[in-house]
Ligand binder design. Structure first.
Ligand code: 5AD
Ligand code: SF4
Length: 449
């Protein structure tokens, strides 16, 4: 019996890639195990978006550097690095961690069966690092971890050149997937009982169907929402420059499209945006926010922000504070700028000291906390429709998710806890919101709701 262990770092794209990798390994006769100690093949699917993420994998690998060749159980032991660090560092990984035998980036997962054969034959250094062959979209079998929500890739790679970002180097140029292939997968998923999908890509807005149908992203979104049995469609991630009004129109028209848009702004200063090469100004970004605010549906807006980009002045930072006051985001991910290999910003001057980045991060977090609390308080007294995602033993609450992607923890009078016969997980229910905190809502279902 051939066994493998996989640990995944990074974004949803990586999480979904791992589902494809697991599916491929199972098809190749491997069995998945829960710890690296039990496994003959140990895989890390890695992220290199910030330095910290990259260091994590080398840390993991270091733990096993004395186990090269043979594990403690005497069996042959093989280590592999997949994903963004693999693509970025390539064969240098073999030098830094000599016990690694496989290095492959995401564009090469279609070649995994072939790479595995090479490993099984005993090849010590096997690589998959080119972008020329791309069949990563289509795997024979994808082992999904969530039984209700499925990730579906519609576009790979990125053609932008944001000055801070490694992704164009780690995931290569943009490649859209044929609409027919996406629709087939969506139909298979609803057929198998999935009710929610999340369409994935580094920049879904620049989706362009390569087949004669020629769908743009808004069309893809709307058609996905019309698949029989589909209850919720989400998408990530958007680039403001390519985010057109037709996306809002599609959301307004199609109830199954979730009323949530993640639109990373990165900075509220047009000057910083220009140096980041984001290809939009603060005003252009705000125009998109206005479209959403004026929409028929109550669209939740979330964002990413980088603090301490080289040359970011107090005034620039103040522009970011003002922007978040104006937008009133529903959630925000804030990152300290991190130097990445190959990127343009490496050569920029005026790098901001670490303590100052930390200060800006904390100030922003504090400000945003108040905004989120205020926004969430607006839902108290309303009834929200949730998909039940789980049950929290510790608090005795069911965990629900609203269309706006807010967590709504609730008590159900009729079923206070899952039993052997019945669970609410996977169901869509109406829940009365009774309390709000910055990061979640709380509510209840009385027996007669
Ligand atoms: N440093 C800090 N944050 C970064 N991000 C991307 N590259 C960097 C970097 N070099 C952030 C951006 C992006 C999110 C996924 O990660 O905000 O939207
Ligand atoms: Fe990390 Fe970006 Fe790669 Fe996702 S695409 S795993 S965020 S580096």
């Amino acid at each position: 019996m051939k066994t493998f262990y996989i640990e995944t770092f990074g974004c949803q794209m990586n999480a979904h890639d791992s589902e494809k990798v697991v599916g491929t390994l199972l098809t190749q006769g491997y069995t998945q195990v829960e710890t690296p100690a039990e496994a003959e093949l140990v895989l890390y699917n890695t992220c290199s978006i910030r330095d910290k993420a990259e260091q994590k994998v080398f840390h993991r690998l270091d733990q096993f550097k004395h186990e090269a060749g043979k594990g403690s159980n005497g069996k042959r032991k093989t280590y592999g690095v997949l994903g963004c660090v693999a693509q970025q560092e390539g064969e240098k990984i073999f030098e830094r961690a000599p016990h690694v035998s496989l290095v492959a980036g995401s564009a090469s997962y279609g070649r995994l069966p072939e790479l595995l054969v090479q490993l099984e034959k005993g090849d010590r250094r096997v690589t998959g690092l080119s972008f020329d062959r791309d069949d990563a979209f289509e795997t024979e079998f994808t082992r999904r971890t969530n039984p209700h929500r499925a990730y579906v890739t519609i576009i790979e790679g990125c053609d932008k050149s944001c000055a801070y970002c490694v992704v164009p180097f780690t995931r290569g140029p943009e490649r859209s997937r044929a609409s027919e292939s996406v629709m087939n997968e969506l139909e298979q998923l609803t057929g198998a009982g999935y009710t929610e999908v999340q369409l994935l890509g580094q920049n879904v807005n620049s989706y362009r169907d390569p087949s004669p149908a020629g769908w743009d992203f808004a069309t893809m979104l709307e058609r996905a929402g019309q698949v029989p049995g589909m209850r919720r469609v989400r998408f990530t991630t958007s680039h403001p420059r390519d985010f057109g009004k037709e996306i809002i129109n599609a959301i307004d028209r199609t109830e199954t499209l979730c009323n949530h848009v993640h639109l990373p702004v990165q900075s509220g200063s047009s000057d910083v945006l220009r140096r980041m090469d984001r290809q939009y100004t603060r005003d252009e970004y705000m125009r998109r926010i206005e479209w959403m605010k004026k929409a028929r549906r109550d669209i939740a807006i979330t964002t990413d922000i980088i603090v301490g980009f080289p040359g970011e002045t107090e005034r620039d930072f103040d522009d970011t504070l003002k922007l978040i006051d104006g937008v009133e985001y529903d959630a925000m991910f804030i990152f300290k700028y991190s130097k990445r290999p190959n990127t343009a910003a490496l050569a920029y001057e005026d790098h901001i000291p670490e303590e100052e980045k930390t200060r800006r991060l904390m100030e922003l977090q504090e400000r945003q906390r108040g905004i989120q609390l205020r926004r969430n308080a607006g839902y108290v007294g309303l009834t929200e429709h949730v998909l039940v995602e789980g049950y929290n033993q510790a608090t005795g609450q069911w965990i629900g998710r609203t269309s706006q992607h807010k967590t709504l923890n609730f008590i159900d009078a009729a079923l206070p806890a899952p039993s052997q016969e019945r669970t609410l997980v996977g169901e869509y229910l109406d829940v009365l919101v009774t309390r709000a905190s910055p990061n979640s809502l709380a509510g209840e279902r009385s027996a007669h709701v």
